[in-house]
Design a protein around this ligand. Structure first.
Ligand code: G3H
Ligand code: 13P
Ligand code: ZN
Length: 332
């Protein structure tokens, strides 16, 4: 059984000085691709599901797919994480489903747009910690806002994380991990030019709260070749830039331990499916395009695991359990 608390995976990454990819999944092909990559490069992995993923899969399908991934890959250390939970009900739902980690994104109001006050963010995040820790479940909070364009995670103004506020936030909430806003955003259209990220903020916060694991959202690199591949076969995506892998690696050197990637695997799947429909317009068996899409997702995830430094680290430590974490939290 290799389902482990996310805190263990991130604490080990801190010890080893590397980053761990947290890859979003909504269906069987994505989950299989992510776990296969982890197995093949011997990496621990975080599979994360958004609220949209929970809705899309009607919960039980996602739960069973995750369980299948764990059962099929007993040697891989896997954390199951709720991405951008925005209320306590969804946190409870994820814990009931067997997730080993939850994010309570209290940076925005429940409309997903208006920045919340610091006090209100502290209040809801602290309550998420009170719910999760007695189950041994890890909690990620967020302070500051991402500039994004996805419908439900779209701040109306971007606020970078203030390091001194981060210290107070961590003390007041007891979170295990903290998503910091350093200029990244969700989705395929992040930057027009090579981005300037506020990586000094990561370094500062890492020094101030060394026991809390820092998370970089919006970490897709949006490679030009993937946008080109989507557009070559009928796509109409504007040219945009993501976060270069080298910038993520610099973030990891400065203290980022969890690196969230969704868009890059979506682009890889879409480019592949568009190519197949273009090259063989008579295709109608979903396996003939979902299978290659799964392969394309696998390639991206594997490359990111190598680039973030988690490849080869899965066997470094013995897995712990939610039971063990419960005892640690109870004694804390
Ligand atoms: O943070 C957003 C992730 O990319 C998940 O997006 O809500 O469309 O599943 P989604
Ligand atoms: P991307 O859109 O850059 O892949 O970011 C995903 C993310 O942050 C999920 O929480
Ligand atoms: Zn995110």
């Amino acid at each position: 059984m290799s389902l482990v608390p996310m805190k263990q995976i991130l604490d080990e990454a801190e010890r080893g000085g590397y980053g761990v990819g947290a890859f979003n999944a909504n269906n069987m092909e994505q989950i299989q691709a992510i776990v296969r990559a982890a197995r093949e490069v011997d990496s621990p992995v975080i599979i994360q599901a958004s609220r949209g993923a929970l809705r899309y899969t009607n919960l039980v399908y996602l739960k069973k797919l995750m369980e299948a991934a764990v059962e099929d890959n007993p040697s891989v250390k896997i954390a199951l994480h709720l991405d951008h939970g925005n209320d306590l009900d969804v946190v409870r739902t994820a814990i009931d489903l067997g997730f080993t980690s939850v994010m309570l994104d209290g940076s925005l109001e429940e409309d997903g747009k208006t920045p919340r006050s610091f006090e209100s963010n502290v209040d809801i995040t602290r309550r998420a910690v009170e719910i999760a820790h007695p189950h041994g479940v890890t909690v990620e909070g967020e302070l500051g806002t991402l500039g994004g364009i996805e419908e439900h995670v779209q701040a109306s103004r971007v606020i970078l994380t203030d390091p001194d506020e981060a210290v107070r936030f961590v003390e007041l909430t007891g979170v295990d991990a903290l998503a910091v806003a350093i200029g990244t955003s969700h989705g395929a259209y992040k930057f027009r030019e090579t981005p300037k990220l506020a990586l000094d903020i990561v370094e500062r916060i890492h020094a101030l709260v060394p026991d809390v694991r820092l998370v970089m959202h919006g970490s897709s690199s949006v490679p030009a070749e993937l946008i080109d591949a989507v557009n070559r076969f009928g796509g109409a995506m504007p040219n945009a830039r993501g976060v270069p892998v080298e910038a993520i690696q610099e973030g990891i050197r400065k203290g980022v331990r969890k690196v969230n990637v969704d868009t890059d695997t979506r682009l890889a799947a879409t480019a592949t499916i568009r190519r197949i429909f273009h090259e063989s317009p008579s295709t109608f068996d979903p396996r003939e395009y979902l299978g290659p899409a799964r392969e394309a997702i696998f390639e991206i995830v594997r490359a990111r695991m190598v680039a973030f430094g988690s490849a080869g680290r899965n066997g470094d430590y013995a897995p712990t359990t939610l039971e063990a974490m419960k005892a640690i939290y109870a004694g804390a």
